[in-house]
Design a protein around this ligand. Structure first.
Ligand code: AMP
Length: 225
């Protein structure tokens, strides 16, 4: 393994991260890479909601009403759900990457409070950015694995066998909220409600804007730089 000379500074990878960005920008792909390579725990609010829906819990039933319309699930339940996840003692060891949370300034303020309580700070908030036409193109045709979360695309990255995950052989699925009219609503909600979260972090934390249009490896390298 190559080693850097002792006198040369090298980057220490971030251990507590937030990924912010519009739907389809690649937050899921990036958090999977950060998990695989740095061992960080990924906490995706969207994934957790989808799991609750699959389990047909009360929270899942309630969240589905909003998710199916491309709207945000109310702050109260979302904050409570994510706070519970962050209180897991193992998180302190593993570090974490938050994918899709916070999505409102209220959630960002609540996250600050939870992390203060836990005596942990954020190393980095990454705003992933790509042109809007790329987002629509990526979301239309997106296919995900029901088990490992690997993401494919019908044109750009098709699985080797149709409907089956290359990595774990589980069935693939198209998200209900990846229909064109719901995609438009999710993008609108992002600009109205989530874009101010980026401004919030520009003032209060370590914000890094990353151009995510040059593929996952370049994006990953920029995050770890
Ligand atoms: P995602 O998988 O991150 O694209 O999230 C899918 C859907 O789950 C979103 O369109 C919202 O309806 C809901 N959702 C996910 N995260 C949040 C959040 N932090 N606050 C409110 N709703 C959320």
């Amino acid at each position: 393994m190559s080693q850097l000379p002792a006198d040369q500074p090298h980057a220490i990878p971030p251990r507590r991260l937030v990924l912010v960005g519009p739907p389809g920008v690649g937050k899921g792909t990036m958090s999977a890479l950060l998990k695989e390579r740095l061992g960080l725990r990924t906490l995706s609010s969207g994934e957790i909601f989808r799991h609750e829906i699959e389990m047909q819990t009360d929270l899942g039933r309630m969240a589905k009403r909003y998710i199916d319309h491309g709207e945000l699930v109310p702050n109260g339940v979302t904050i409570e759900m994510m706070s519970k996840q962050l209180h897991d003692p193992q998180i302190k060891q593993s570090g974490f990457v938050l994918d899709g949370f916070p999505r409102t300034v209220k959630q960002a303020e609540a996250l600050d409070e939870v992390l203060f309580e836990l005596e942990q700070g954020l190393d980095k908030v990454v705003s992933l950015e790509v042109p809007q036409e790329v987002i629509v193109q990526r979301l239309t045709g997106r296919i995900g694995c029901t088990k490992c979360g690997e993401i494919y695309h019908s044109k750009n990255k098709p699985p080797k066998r149709e409907g089956v995950c290359d990595r774990c052989n589980s069935p693939l699925f198209v998200r209900e909220d990846d229909r064109p009219e719901t995609i438009r609503e999710r993008i609108r909600v992002f600009w109205e409600t989530t874009a101010p979260v980026i401004e919030y972090y520009a003032k209060t934390s370590t914000l890094q804007r990353v151009d995510a249009s040059h593929g996952p490896e370049n994006t990953y390298a920029a995050i770890c730089s």
